[in-house]
Design a protein around this ligand. Structure first.
Ligand code: CP
Length: 323
């Protein structure tokens, strides 16, 4: 594996899940793999879980870890080629990336959607430059369009908590005051489509996700109908993906106050099959989900976040095994 971006990059999902559960039983069993190897984690955006869990995973594997917050202490980076650099950006990504690559064996990068240009975001303009110019293997720690470490952790969590062989998993859009990227729902759709689950997506009209992630997933615009018989409810907000109206890309459609009945509450959970509640966090309470549901006995948000260490460890372990 040279790049970890999509579900296909991890290979057979059953093998990956088996490996994850084995790593979870003894997370220090592979310390020798990372000896004298360095992971560089590059953050263009904030993080709590990704930063801590990925660093912990690398330390479990015996690696040295360097963390760079690009917007806190590094030179401001220009990302566009051909720009006359007479503004506040002192360094170009095209020099910075190979320099970063020279100090490490493996790079993880977080760079969210910018919502300036849909094609740039959906072509992964920033991450692809790391893949091309760093000279090192790269894994995506949430890019413009995907968050594979999160989705792998989500799948591990579903595997651990499912009560029937093929559970019904419902991903529901929920309201949010600010525009959020589509990376988490895109990846979750991609991974659920590859997993052995009955997968349904529900959202208001206008929030259709890109077909390359949705695949053949069932779309149900009636949230309550979608929830019926669900075993897992995965809540997430996303802004308009701009599929049918590119001019709306990255926007919150309408007034979010008009969508507060989409907030996951006991009303929706009551029609499920006593579903587990999931969210990648951070979450705005009583926008995405009520206090009662997130604090309830079926909420998995904490074990789900804890599994981020496991998904990261399996992915980094796979890279190290090929070095
Ligand atoms: N879920 C997740 O990626 O959390 P952070 O943004 O805090 O890393």
């Amino acid at each position: 594996m040279k790049v970890f971006q999509n579900v296909q990059d991890i290979g057979n999902l059953q093998d990956a899940l088996k490996e994850a559960l084995e790593v979870k039983r003894n997370r220090f069993a592979y310390q020798h793999l990372g000896k004298n190897k360095t992971l560089l984690m590059v953050f263009f955006n904030n993080s709590l879980r990704t930063r801590l869990s990925t660093q912990k995973a690398a330390m479990n594997l015996g690696m040295n870890v360097i963390v760079l917050d690009v917007n806190a202490g590094a030179w401001k980076l220009e990302t566009e080629r051909g720009v006359i650099m007479d503004g506040d950006k002192s360094e170009h990504l095209l020099e910075a990336i190979p320099v970063m690559g020279s100090y490490c064996d493996l790079i993880g990068v977080r760079s969210f959607a910018r919502f300036e240009n849909r094609d740039d975001d959906y072509n992964e303009a920033i991450l692809q430059q790391f893949v091309k110019y760093s000279g090192k293997p790269v894994f995506f720690m949430e890019s413009a369009t995907v968050h594979p470490l999160q989705s792998f952790a989500d799948l591990i969590t579903i595997e651990e908590y499912k009560e029937i062989p093929r559970p019904k998993v419902v991903m529901t859009w929920a309201p949010h005051p600010k525009a959020l990227p589509q990376a988490v729902p895109n990846s979750f759709a991609q991974w659920m489509n590859a997993a052995d689950v009955d997968f349904v997506i529900t959202h208001p009209e206008g929030y259709e996700l890109d077909s390359k992630f949705v695949g053949n997933a069932r779309i149900e615009y009636d949230q309550m109908a979608a929830m019926e018989g669900a075993d897992f409810v995965y809540a997430k907000n996303w802004s308009c993906p701009g599929v049918s109206r590119p001019e709306d890309y990255g926007k919150v459609l309408g007034d979010y106050h008009d969508y507060l009945d989409w907030t996951v509450s006991e009303r929706q959970m009551a029609v499920t099959r006593d579903a587990h509640f999931m969210h990648c966090l951070p979450v705005r309470r009583n926008m995405i989900v009520t206090d009662e549901v997130i604090e309830g006995p079926r909420s998995l948000v904490i074990p789900e976040a804890a599994n981020r260490e496991i998904s990261a460890e399996v992915v980094i372990k796979r890279f190290l095994e090929e070095m």
